[in-house]
Design a binder for this molecule. Structure first.
Ligand SMILES: Nc1ncnc2c1ncn2[C@@H]1O[C@H](COP(=O)(O)OP(=O)(O)OP(=O)(O)O)[C@@H](O)[C@H]1O
Ligand SMILES: [Mg+2]
Length: 249
């Protein structure tokens, strides 16, 4: 379980996170949605220690990310993988080399064949074939790059996966492929996931629970059904923004 307690962060004089309390329960997919620039990426970067909060704490299976020493932070990081908003593959490395980065280097030195097997297995999970192993990221479509980034995040069989905008920038077909993939990984591997998105359809499809982040606070938290029926003005504003977009589209 991940427990976020009273997390606060000011960036450039702006209260980006203004007392966030949020739990990620074992086995669930928790979606964090909210308008662009509202602090969704900043929030999940705190979970892996990429930002230091001004106040508050984050516990991963009872260990504080904020107070962790070197060994503990290593242990915490070994439980979490992070799919960056822009896929963040290394341009000069092949697909196979990129995915291998998700594995323990010591394991690959000791048992190179096991590593190769795991790389191929994770590629199968994301519906890609071995023919892409030797390609460079630039030779893949955006949707394929996203899937390779997800393969890298699952290859080490970590317990938690944090996805930052996994479907943003993808066409509807590839977005559906990635959404199905995230849902399937949860069923097949039993991952606990946090999905950050401003795409309401993805949020409702993927989320066991959905949190709405706006103006530095969690404005609402509940099942997709709770959110659809919510009379909370912040939720209604966010969801009605979506219906306007749908009408324009
Ligand atoms: N490294 C940083 N240094 C200073 N300010 C930052 C930094 N990263 C983010 N911010 C600021 O924090 C705020 C929240 O940014 P964040 O990237 O978390 O938004 P977001 O909700 O993920 O938006 P989007 O949906 O567009 O990805 C913004 O005002 C941004 O300018
Ligand atoms: Mg973001």
């Amino acid at each position: 379980m991940i427990e976020i307690r009273n997390l606060k962060k000011v960036l450039n004089g702006k209260k980006v996170l203004d007392g966030i309390d949020l739990d990620v329960r074992e086995g669930e997919t928790l979606v964090i949605m909210g308008p662009s620039g509202t602090g969704k990426s900043v929030l999940i970067k705190h979970i892996v220690g990429l930002f230091d909060p001004d106040a508050g704490d984050i516990l991963v299976d009872g260990l504080s990310v904020i107070r962790a020493g070197g060994r503990e932070i290593g242990l915490i990081r070994s439980k979490i993988s992070y799919v960056f908003q822009n896929s963040a593959l290394f341009d000069s490395l092949t697909v196979a080399q990129n995915i291998r980065l998700g594995l323990d280097a010591e394991l690959c030195d000791r048992e190179p064949e096991e590593c190769t097997r795991r790389v191929r297995e994770s590629l199968t999970h994301v519906n890609l074939g071995p023919e892409v192993l030797g390609l460079l990221p630039a030779e893949l479509s955006g949707g394929m790059q996203k899937r390779v980034a997800i393969a890298r995040s699952i290859v080490g069989r970590r317990k938690y996966v944090l996805y930052d905008e996994p479907t943003t920038g993808l066409d509807p077909v590839n977005a559906a492929v990635v959404n199905d993939l995230i849902a399937r990984l949860k069923e097949e591997i039993g991952l606990t996931s946090v999905v950050v998105t401003h795409d309401v359809e993805s949020a409702f499809f993927l989320g066991d629970r959905i949190a709405l982040l706006a103006e530095g606070k969690i404005q609402a938290l509940g099942t997709p059904e709770d959110m659809k029926n919510s009379e909370n003005p912040a939720v209604q504003r966010f969801l009605s923004g979506r219906s306007n977009l749908t009408m324009v589209a």
